[in-house]
Design a protein around this ligand. Structure first.
Ligand code: ACM
Length: 263
């Protein structure tokens, strides 16, 4: 199975241009699954709820999801991508999962980071796993990584690959995903963005790039540079994620002592 990510520098508010950048880039790519950054078509640093309202889109009928479906159909691939979702009067920091036959699912970010808490409603979708044929994939968005329960839940639900659209600003995630993969025996694909945003007099946010793909043994299969655009595709065997044994005596998920984990 060929999986990858596209790390680039979205332009705030220019959905058409960001969609064009992604469409062009993917037009020559052959892979089964590609992960794009969090809020890849809208940009990240909202300064008002009105901006969120103007850029948020319904799923599955919004223009970003529709365009992603066209690309997925044309390229026979699956795409996981972050976008601001509108549902009635609520806005979610979501990620859609689309494939050649259309929309497969939508995950709403559970753990909102920093000023996202001012603009978005905490996600209510829960952590979900979808079978895309070649693998079972789960989705978490950026800061969800800080909560080990996110990837653990996805692993318990059978995910082979944790797809992780991100707009990382803190330095710790790329190294930490090694542990997330090791402790759950899953693959991860973290798709981060590059560049910076400093909007409406707010603190400058500099995105750390460093997108990466990690295997179930905690090996980094690919890590992107900090500040350059990068499309990376690697070959993986999702079956590697299905054996949770460490040795004849230890099995990661079977050996959990859940009765002792209650606070
Ligand atoms: C983040 O959750 N975008 C850091």
């Amino acid at each position: 199975m060929k999986v990858g990510y596209y790390q680039f520098n979205p332009v705030f508010g220019d959905v058409a241009r960001n969609l064009e950048t992604v469409t062009k880039k993917l037009s020559s790519v052959r892979c089964d699954l590609i992960v794009l950054p969090e809020l890849f078509a809208s940009g990240y640093q909202f300064v008002s709820k009105d901006e969120v309202a103007a850029l948020a889109e319904p799923v599955p009928d919004g223009p970003t999801t529709k365009r992603l479906c066209e690309v997925a159909r044309e390229r026979s691939m699956h795409i996981v991508a972050g976008l601001p979702e509108r549902d009635g009067s609520r806005y979610y920091n979501s990620a859609v999962v689309v494939g050649p036959k259309g929309v497969i699912g939508c995950y709403r970010k559970t753990h909102l980071f920093f000023e996202e808490t001012q603009f978005f409603t905490p996600g209510d979708s829960g952590f979900q796993v979808w079978d895309i044929g070649a693998a079972k994939i789960g989705v978490m968005v950026c800061f969800d990584w800080f909560y080990p329960e996110s990837s653990r839940t996805l692993a318990l639900k059978g995910a082979d690959i944790v797809c992780h659209p991100s707009n990382l600003v803190l330095p710790h995630c790329p190294d930490s995903m090694v542990t997330r993969c090791l402790e759950n025996h899953v693959f991860s694909i973290t798709a981060n963005r590059i560049g910076s945003e400093k909007r409406g007099g707010k603190k400058k946010l500099t995105y750390i790039g460093t997108s990466e793909i990690v295997n179930p043994r905690g090996k980094i299969l690919h890590r992107a540079p900090e500040n350059r655009e990068k499309l990376a595709i690697v070959d993986i065997d999702p079956k590697e994620a299905r054996d949770k044994s460490l040795n004849p005596y230890n099995d990661l998920l079977r050996d959990r002592r859940t009765a002792l984990y209650q606070a």
